[in-house]
Design a protein around this ligand. Structure first.
Ligand code: ATP
Ligand code: MG
Length: 223
């Protein structure tokens, strides 16, 4: 009977968390890309993994359906982080949250005039807070994906989205006009789990922290 549950999303987060889990002695029994199963066992009979949407990870951990999880800072900013302990930056899935417009859009002129700007994004809360802090007037348009299309199709003047290489922006003739936040994935923990399952959770946190530190050292030596 598993007593310790980890929430992960498929894809980038799962793939980049795998080596850190291995360093903590945890190896999933299945590849979620290959299997339709949503609950995956591991080499440890007391540890299981639930596969959820990236934006649902904080919800599972907050309600204790998972003891710990791995979530992008973007997802955590949007969630708000209520009821979550965030002890560790895993330094994986790194990218930036930015505002971008079509090349040629007069962003600074529009901002200086105080004109309303239409901003399409999946990150409505984060974008609202960012622009409000700058005293800018924006109308937010909620999207669930393919933000890059919005300015091209005339839905919005700007988007707030994640970029890493910048290739997707470039391919769609978009340029970054504001840096909003550096993004990486964090370990999140249910506070009650930390208290009640400390004998399992604390060694897991310590092992992940050591793995992140070792990786940082290795990177430093390599460069
Ligand atoms: P879903 O597909 O379920 O809507 P998603 O698109 O957010 O979710 P992923 O694309 O796997 O799922 O992204 C998961 C997390 O990885 C994001 O929350 C973010 O923290 C990070 N991420 C997203 N895009 C990039 C990127 N280009 N480079 C690095 N990390 C990224
Ligand atoms: Mg995606």
């Amino acid at each position: 009977m598993p007593t310790f549950t980890l929430a992960l999303s498929k894809g980038r987060i799962f793939d980049e968390t795998l080596p850190l889990l291995a360093a903590a002695g945890i190896v999933p029994a299945e590849d979620p890309e290959a299997s339709r199963r949503l609950i995956i066992g591991t080499n440890r009979p007391d540890v299981s993994i639930v596969i959820v949407r990236a934006s649902d990870v904080p919800t599972y951990v907050q309600h204790g359906a998972a003891d710990v999880g791995v979530a992008g800072k973007d997802v955590l900013l949007e969630h708000g982080g209520d009821g979550l302990y965030q002890p560790l930056d895993l330094e994986i899935a790194r990218c930036r949250m930015v505002a971008a417009t079509q090349r040629g859009f007069d962003w600074s002129g529009t901002v200086q005039r105080g004109a309303r700007i239409r901003v399409a994004t999946k990150y409505v809360k984060t974008a609202r807070e960012h622009f409000a802090a700058k005293g800018m007037h924006v109308d937010l348009i909620k999207l669930y994906g393919s933000m890059e299309l919005a300015p091209l199709a005339g839905l919005a003047d700007a988007i707030v989205d994640l970029v890493s290489s910048g290739n997707t922006l470039k391919a769609n003739d978009l340029v970054v006009v504001e840096d909003i936040a550096p993004i990486s994935a964090r370990l999140i923990v249910n506070p009650a789990s930390l208290k009640l399952k400390r004998d399992t959770v604390q060694p897991f946190l310590d092992a992940l922290a050591a793995a992140v530190a070792a990786r940082r050292t290795a990177r430093g030596i390599a460069s």
